[in-house]
Design a protein around this ligand. Structure first.
Ligand code: 6PG
Length: 249
């Protein structure tokens, strides 16, 4: 499989952990890998679906994809989704879609109908989650249709996307997306569920920050309590999980 060639990883093996001296180095290497995944997906299936992460860590990666690697991706064939969204207007500075638009989407030729944000104009997070689940179901309903790449971050408490420790959303097995609560502002969120993420062909977990050592150690120990360290539940069923990390003392 081309993705195995790119990542050197087969399902069932230990996660591939890549360590970098700085966020800049991490982002450069991840940008090359994102472009490779996109190239392979377009070559094999005619399109590439990428689920974007929020948070601050992927911003440098998005910037590199919009500049140095802009011509390495056939953006006309790329579909963009989000792994989670804060329940704020799309133009709010805390919005994940706003960050991705400013760092990436506004600078590449990705057709607007290929950009699939979580509908924060809906009447509630629950309604938005149902609407987004329909969007995802429609796009990925075919048997072999699954996200080519899911980008994720991790918080120092082991949360990923908006799946926080002890959240009931962690137990959702059926739906693509649900409303969830964060212990920090903005508290109301919409998030993809774990089974949605674990359908991915590739998951890139981007982790930068010296305060994340303990969650990283737990997540990669093979003995994590998933309700205490949700990121440990990220285990693509038939895909490749790659950790991209900066030094954690
Ligand atoms: C969000 C995220 C969240 C994020 C982590 C890491 O919307 O906040 O999706 O899960 O990825 O909190 O955030 P940093 O990259 O800012 O450390």
């Amino acid at each position: 499989m081309p993705t195995s060639r790119v990542l050197g990883y087969d399902a069932g093996m230990e996660p591939d952990i890549r360590r970098f001296a700085s966020l800049a180095d991490l982002s450069s290497a991840a940008a090359v890998a994102v472009a490779e995944v996109a190239k392979d997906a377009v070559h094999l299936r005619g399109r590439c679906s990428i689920v974007l992460s929020g948070g601050t860590t992927p911003k440098t990666l998005y910037h590199l994809l919009a500049t140095a690697h802009r011509n390495d991706v056939n953006w006309a064939r790329v579909h963009l989704f989000w792994g989670d969204e804060r329940w704020v207007p799309a133009d709010d500075p805390r919005s994940n879609v706003r960050m991705a638009r400013e760092a990436l989407i506004d600078h590449v030729h990705c057709p607007s109908e290929h950009v699939h944000p979580i509908p924060v104009h809906a009447s509630s997070p629950d309604v938005a989650a149902r609407e987004y689940a329909r969007t995802l179901h429609t796009f990925f309903h075919a048997a072999d249709a699954r996200p080519d790449l899911v980008l994720l971050g991790m918080g120092r408490d082991g949360h990923t996307a908006s799946l926080f420790p002890k959240s009931p959303a962690l137990d959702e097995q059926r739906r693509w997306a649900v409303a969830s609560f964060a212990p920090v502002e903005p508290r109301e969120r919409v998030t993809l569920t774990m089974p949605s993420r674990n359908r991915a062909r590739n998951v890139f977990l981007l982790v930068a920050g010296s305060d994340k050592q303990s969650a990283f150690a737990e997540a990669t120990s093979g003995r994590a309590d998933p309700h205490h360290c949700p990121v440990a539940m990220v285990q693509p069923a038939d895909g490749a999980l790659t950790w991209w990390v900066t030094p954690m003392p």
